[in-house]
Design a protein around this ligand. Structure first.
Ligand code: NDP
Length: 446
C-alpha cells in the first residue's frame, strides 16, 4: 500500500481495535485513493484522510425496556455521526443482535461516500442497537423503539441528523420512533426521520427505492455491454425490503428471479419467485423462507442452510447482509456464467470475492453506488417534507431513475478519468471521496 495511505491506515487500526468490518470498509476505499492523492496533494496536506476516518461524534447509550413477561431488558444503542461536510448526518438504523460499534462504523463510513455519490446535500451517519426483533410482540417492539428514541431524540433534527430504516427497522419501527420523537419534542418535524408512512409525511417509492435502484444501476451496467435484463436468470439473496423490491423490478424488466433467502436457508423456484406470496409470508406474516416452498411445492424447493450462490445465474444481486458472498461463491458464480453482480446490501461481497469478479471481467456494482437509491429517495422525502408537498409515484420514480443513471455515469466517468475504465468500485470511491474532501477543505479544520 502507498506509504501515505498506510500511515493513516495504521492509525485507524490502532484507534479502533477489534472493529473488523470497519477496517475492511476503510481498506476498500483506501485501495482506490492513490491516484487521488497524487492528483490532489492538498488533501493529504490538510489531513483529510485522518479526519474522514474519525467520526465527528459517536453516541452509545443504554436502552432499557420491559418485555411482555414484565422482565427488564437492556440493549445497547448506537449512533455514529460520521461526516456532515455535505449536509445533515443521514443514514439508517439497524436492529440486529450482531450490531456493535464496528458494524455501525463500517456502515456510517460507507454512507459518507454513498450519500456524496447521489449528488444530494446529505452527510453520512448510521445507528442501531443489538436488539433482536425476531419473535418479539408488537408491544415489545414499540416499547423498545420508544426507549431508544427517548435517548436518541436529543441528537436528531431535520438540520442535524436524520435516521431511516435498515435491517430490522421498517415502516412499523419508523412509526414508533417518529411518534416518540413527536411526543418528547412537541414538534411535528416530518424531516427528522425518513421511511415514514405516506399518510404522515412519507414519500411514495421510498419502500421500493433501494431494490429498484439496485436493478436500475445494474441495467445501466448491462447497457454498456449492449445487454438488458430481458431473459436473464437472476439470483437474489435476502427476502427483506431490498430483496423483495429488487425481485419485483428485475421481473418487471423481463428477468426470471429464481432465488430468495433468509438466515435459515434459501428457496429456488424455477418458475420465478412469486413476489406476492413471498411478501405475504415475510412482510405480513413475518414468517420464514421455508414456508414459501411449502406453499409452492410444484416449482419451489427449500434448502436448509447452504449458500444461495450455489444456484446458477447470469446476474447476482446480494441483498441480505455484509460478507455473505465469499471468494468461493464468486468462483462458482463465474463458472455458472454470471455477467453482472450488484450489491443491494452493504458490503455483501468480501474483498476477495470482488477481486474474483474483477479478474473475470464481470460487471461489478459496489453497494455504495448500486444501493444508493434508498438514501437518495430519503433525500427526496426530506425535500417533500421541507416544502410540505407530496409527489406522485410516477414523478418520484422518474427522479429515482435519473439519480441512478447519474450515479452510474459518475462512477463510469470517474473510473475512466483515473485510468481504470469499467471499475465501478474505483469510480464510486473516488467520486464520493473527492466531493466530500473538497467540501471539508473549504470548511477549514473542524
Ligand atoms: P431487512 O431487515 O428488511 O431484510 C434483511 C434480509 O437479510 C432478511 O431476509 C434477513 O433474514 C437477511 N439477513 C439478515 N442478516 C442475515 C444474516 N446474518 N445471514 C443471512 N441472512 C441475513 O433489511 P433490508 O432489506 O432493509 O437490508 C438488507 C441490506 O440492504 C442490508 O445490508 C442493508 O444495510 C442494506 N441497505 C438497505 C437499505 C434500505 O433502504 N432498507 C438502503 C441501503 C442498503 P432474517 O429475516 O432471517 O434475518
Amino acid at each position: 500500500m502507498d506509504t501515505r495511505l498506510e500511515a493513516v491506515r495504521s492509525i485507524v487500526l490502532d484507534r479502533n481495535p477489534g472493529e473488523g468490518e470497519f477496517h475492511q470498509a476503510v481498506d476498500e476505499v483506501f485501495a482506490s485513493l492513490v491516484a487521488v492523492l497524487d492528483k490532489h496533494p492538498e488533501f493529504a496536506e490538510a489531513s483529510i484522510l485522518e479526519r474522514i476516518c474519525e467520526p465527528e461524534r459517536q453516541i452509545i447509550f443504554r436502552v432499557p425496556w420491559v418485555d411482555d413477561t414484565g422482565k427488564v431488558q437492556i440493549n445497547r444503542g448506537f449512533r455514529v455521526e460520521f461526516n456532515s461536510a455535505l449536509g445533515p448526518f443521514k443514514g439508517g438504523l439497524r436492529f440486529h443482535p450482531s450490531v456493535y460499534q464496528g458494524i455501525i462504523k463500517f456502515l456510517g463510513f460507507e454512507q459518507i461516500f454513498k450519500n456524496a455519490l447521489t449528488g444530494m446535500p446529505i452527510g453520512g451517519g448510521k445507528g442501531g442497537a443489538d436488539f433482536d426483533p425476531r419473535g418479539r410482540s408488537e408491544g415489545e417492539i414499540m416499547r423498545f423503539c420508544q426507549s431508544f428514541m427517548t435517548e436518541l431524540y436529543r441528537h436528531l433534527g431535520e438540520y442535524t441528523d436524520v435516521p431511516a430504516g435498515d435491517i430490522g427497522v421498517g415502516g412499523r419501527e419508523i412509526g414508533f420512533l417518529f411518534g416518540q420523537y413527536k411526543r418528547i419534542t412537541n414538534r411535528y418535524e416530518s424531516g427528522v426521520l425518513t421511511g415514514k408512512g405516506t399518510s404522515w409525511g412519507g414519500s411514495l417509492v421510498r419502500p421500493e427505492a433501494t431494490g429498484y435502484g439496485t436493478v436500475l444501476f445494474t441495467q445501466e451496467m448491462l447497457r454498456t455491454r449492449k445487454q438488458t435484463f430481458d431473459g436473464q436468470r437472476v439470483a437474489v439473496s435476502g427476502s427483506g425490503n431490498v430483496a423483495l423490491h429488487a425481485i419485483v423490478k428485475a421481473q418487471e424488466l423481463g428477468a426470471k428471479v429464481v432465488t430468495a433467502s433468509d438466515s435459515s436457508g434459501f428457496v429456488v423456484d424455477e418458475a420465478g419467485i412469486d413476489v406476492d406470496l413471498l411478501s405475504q409470508i415475510k412482510e405480513v406474516e413475518r414468517g420464514r423462507i421455508g414456508e414459501y416452498a411449502e406453499r409452492r411445492q410444484e416449482t419451489a424447493k427449500f434448502v436448509d442452510g447452504g449458500s444461495v450462490w450455489d444456484v446458477d445465474a447470469t446476474v447476482a444481486l446480494p441483498c441480505a447482509t455484509q460478507n455473505e458472498l465469499l471468494e468461493e461463491d464468486a468462483v462458482k458464480l463465474v463458472k455458472s456464467g454470471v455477467t453482472a453482480v450488484a450489491e443491494g446490501a452493504n458490503m455483501p461481497c468480501t474483498s476477495k470475492a470482488a477481486d474474483v469478479f474483477h479478474d473475470a471481467g464481470v460487471l461489478f456494482g459496489p453497494g455504495k453506488a448500486a444501493n444508493a437509491g434508498g438514501v437518495a429517495t430519503s433525500a427526496l422525502e426530506m425535500q417533500q417534507n421541507a416544502s410540505r408537498d407530496s409527489w406522485t409515484f410516477e414523478y418520484t420514480e422518474e427522479r429515482l431513475t435519473d439519480i441512478m443513471v447519474g450515479i452510474h455515469d459518475r462512477c463510469a466517468t470517474t473510473a475512466d478519468e483515473y485510468g481504470q475504465p469499467g471499475n465501478y468500485v474505483a469510480g464510486a470511491n473516488i467520486s464520493g471521496f473527492v466531493r466530500v474532501a473538497d467540501a471539508m477543505l473549504a470548511q477549514g479544520v473542524i
